[in-house]
Design a protein around this ligand. Structure first.
Ligand SMILES: [Zn+2]
Length: 331
């Protein structure tokens, strides 16, 4: 019996020693590892959470703020992949908002998010279209929000019911159209327009310009004259209020067919629709787009924007208003 007890005792002691040894081994190994590796950086901690690091100023601080606001790592990644810096700043300044339907929309502006949602709900259109249309202030009555154009002499200037030219703006490079000396046009559009007329001629089509540059005062008198014959809401569908006419830029022209006094024949219009972009011109108020442009179809009204942009507008089949918001607006 005594022998057995001693064996059990020795066995127990060995077991305890073994356990202590194992515990010591792991404890020592763990503490040694901790003391030889530097503490994790903020970036590494973010990466561990699934955030993809971006080389941007204040990224670590901003990503952490976004996580604190309730955005998941995936959402932070989406925000940094698709959102402009201005949007990111606005997101940082606000409470959590579900942005999933906006990530891929390049012209999204965070500050307008409630307008987008309300307008999309009202119109039952795709969110990307709601974003563009709200950016163009189409969720408001025409002429409600009006911005004064800062670069009126730009060839890509957008003039519409919410973008007005200064009343004293006169282009400083107006020239006569060579074959129509009484008509003034901005210099850069003159040769392209002659090329357009010549190309039409080769297809046996004669296009005649009859209204080109108009001053603010001239547009005012035209608009007021129309007011004598139609109610304002009707006049607004076919005539621009002063400051809102592209004719004041010197980049717009009204053209007619030889047989009509102020219109194009259907066949001449078809030629213009198919060919004007090659010379840098677009039909500015196309069919079925009055909800965007605010005007009835105007086959005769051409606008020069240069070949590159005119070609893209033609290919995309969208209005210039939409094109400008999507591709020519800095955000
Ligand atoms: Zn016109």
């Amino acid at each position: 019996m005594k022998k057995k007890r001693i064996i059990v005792l020795i066995g127990s002691l060995l077991l305890i020693l073994g356990v202590v040894g194992v515990v010591y081994f792991f404890t020592r190994d763990f503490s040694a590892g901790e003391s030889s590796t530097p503490p994790k950086t903020e970036s590494e901690l973010l990466e561990e959470k699934g955030v993809v690091l971006v080389n941007a100023e204040n990224f670590v601080t901003n990503a952490n703020s976004l996580l604190q606001k309730g955005y998941s790592a995936d959402e932070v990644n989406q925000i940094y992949e698709y959102m402009s810096e201005a949007n990111i700043e606005s997101i940082l300044a606000s409470d959590y908002v579900d942005l999933s339907e906006f990530y891929m929309i390049s012209n999204f502006e965070f500050a307008k998010i409630e307008r987008y949602q309300a307008y999309q709900e009202l119109k039952q259109i795709e969110m990307k279209d709601a974003v563009t249309q709200v950016n163009l202030n189409l969720d408001e009555p025409f002429y409600q929000t009006i911005e004064t154009i800062e670069a009126p002499s730009s060839v890509t200037v957008l003039v519409n019911k919410s973008h007005a030219l200064p009343s004293d703006y006169v282009p400083d490079d107006l020239v006569s159209i060579p074959s129509y000396p009484n008509l003034l046009i901005k210099e850069e559009a003159a040769t392209p327009f002659e090329n357009l007329l010549a190309a039409a001629k080769l297809d046996n089509i004669t296009l005649i310009p009859y209204s080109t540059y108009r001053s603010y005062a001239k547009q005012k008198s035209i608009y007021n004259r129309y007011l004598n014959q139609d109610p304002k809401e009707v006049v607004d569908t076919y005539s621009a209020r002063p400051g809102h006419s592209e004719h004041q830029t010197g980049l717009a022209l009204d053209i007619r067919s030889t047989t009509l006094s102020d219109r194009l024949t259907d066949s001449d219009y078809a030629w213009v629709l198919d060919n004007s972009y090659k010379y840098g011109f677009i039909v500015r108020y196309p069919k079925d787009n009055s909800t965007i442009t605010g005007y009835q179809e105007e086959p005769w009204h051409l606008r020069y924007i240069g070949v590159e942009h005119a070609t893209k507008v033609h290919e995309l089949g969208i209005t210039y208003d939409e094109y400008y918001d999507l591709y020519l607006t800095n955000r």
